[in-house]
Write a protein that binds this ligand. Structure first.
Ligand SMILES: Nc1ncnc2c1ncn2[C@@H]1O[C@H](COP(=O)(O)OP(=O)(O)OP(=O)(O)O)[C@@H](O)[C@H]1O
Length: 387
């Protein structure tokens, strides 16, 4: 969808901002460009909508060399979101959002309806916020308007230059989550500039790690964290990259423990026998339609009656595919020594439990698998040095 072929940008004063850059972004893919200040990220971005022209090389959009496309026509196909949002202060939020549709000559009502729909999509109530002026919004709300405005004409490509850089970390995380949800619906081809590796890892399908004017590594987040291509990348992603990896490593069925499972309607005696035959101290309890209810200990079952009389509720669960970071944080939140894992589809079938020891194992295997270019399930924990 976006293709850079040997692109170099040298400014008039001789600064080489981008040096022989070649890469490709697939349709519907979100690529984050990350690197220290001045490494050429913004220059890369601005060459895509022709705010800056390359010195040599070419950029193709959907197979077409953009140097032959009228810049105004080109920018209609490309939404642009920047840190300083750049909303018109004298226009309402709704009018701001409808700017591009207006420029495209849409009828007033159609443009306003589209703007309202977009505000809703980015989590702002058009009836409440639409009539306000930009200075009457919080920083986070202004950023959302910036995103809504960029999406208004439904461009296939979105360029985002540190769009969440100016808000505090809590708002930032919320905007990131909302943006991921939005992207899963609209599936734009996105180039997203950030200098924050955490943000790059959370948002990117792939990450381009920039050195000076060049890409040092262009890979999926888990690979960049698990197998940095150069010492520079290893240094940039940081010594705590094991921790960062938690957020990009999904729970797999093979990571789970299988404790005994009993049902609410079982008698305590039958359940106790099942535990005893497994040599287990506790069991997972499932309720109606096999949904997770909680757990029960061997000790409690000695009291007799049914499992329902003895079980404790426990709501800590996650679907397969959730991240190890979510698992860790759910354990902490529930002060639990394990969490149940259900299959992600509508049936919510119980598939096993994740314990801290298994979580650690999964992380070690995932790091090792990336280093070897293998699947995680193929890595045997015993073979990892120091595991
Ligand atoms: N118009 C210009 N004229 C001369 N040099 C420029 C110009 N714009 C950018 N540069 C230089 O090009 C290099 C790359 O700049 P660029 O803005 O692309 O970096 P960046 O990675 O986006 O940085 P930041 O994260 O600080 O925004 C820098 O050395 C910068 O000083």
């Amino acid at each position: 969808m976006i293709r850079f072929e040997h692109v170099t940008k040298r400014y008039a004063d001789g600064t080489t901002a981008v040096d022989d850059l070649s890469f490709e972004v697939a349709e519907g893919e979100l690529v984050t460009l990350v690197g220290p200040s001045g490494c050429g990220k913004t220059t890369t971005m601005k060459m895509v909508n022709r705010l800056t022209e390359p010195t040599s090389g070419r950029i193709l959009l959907d197979g077409e060399d953009i140097s032959g496309v009228d810049p105004v026509e080109l920018r209609r196909r490309i939404g642009y979101v920047i840190q300083q949002v750049g909303l018109f202060p004298h226009k309402t939020v709704l009018e701001n959002t409808a700017t591009v549709p207006h420029l495209l000559g849409w009828q007033r009502k159609k443009a306003r309806d589209r703007a309202a729909e977009l505000l809703d999509l980015v989590g702002l109530d058009p009836a409440v916020h639409g009539a306000r002026y930009p200075h009457q919004l919080s920083g986070g709300q202004r950023q959302r308007v910036g995103v809504a405005r960029a999406l208004a004409a439904d461009p296939p490509v979105l360029l985002m230059d540190e769009p969440f850089g100016a808000v505090d970390p809590v708002v930032r995380e919320r905007l990131q989550n909302e943006f991921l949800r939005l992207q899963s619906q609209v599936r734009k081809t996105v180039l997203f500039v950030t200098h924050d590796i955490e943000e790059a890892v959370r948002l990117g399908d792939r990450i381009a790690v920039y050195g000076q004017g060049r890409i040092e590594q262009f890979d999926a987040p888990a690979t960049v964290l698990g197998a940095p291509a150069t010492p520079y990348v290893a240094d940039f992603v940081g010594a705590d990259r094991g921790l960062k990896r938690l957020s990009v490593t999904p729970i797999e069925e093979g990571d789970l423990e299988q404790p005994p499972v009993v049902r609410l309607d079982d008698t305590a005696a039958a359940a106790a026998a099942a535990l005893a035959s497994d040599g287990a101290q506790w069991a997972v309890v499932l309720g109606e339609a096999g949904r997770l209810h909680g757990w029960v200990s061997a000790e409690a079952l000695a009291g007799g009656g049914t499992v329902r009389d003895r079980a404790r509720r426990m709501d800590a669960w996650l679907p397969v595919g959730a991240s190890l970071k979510q698992a860790f944080s759910t354990m902490l939140q529930h002060d639990a020594g394990w969490i149940a894992v259900l299959d992600g589809d509508a049936t919510d079938r119980f598939v096993g439990v994740l314990t801290p020891a298994r979580l650690h194992e999964a992380l070690r295997r995932s790091i090792d698998a990336d280093a070897r270019g293998a699947a995680r399930s193929d890595v045997n924990l015993e073979s990892i040095p120091g595991a």
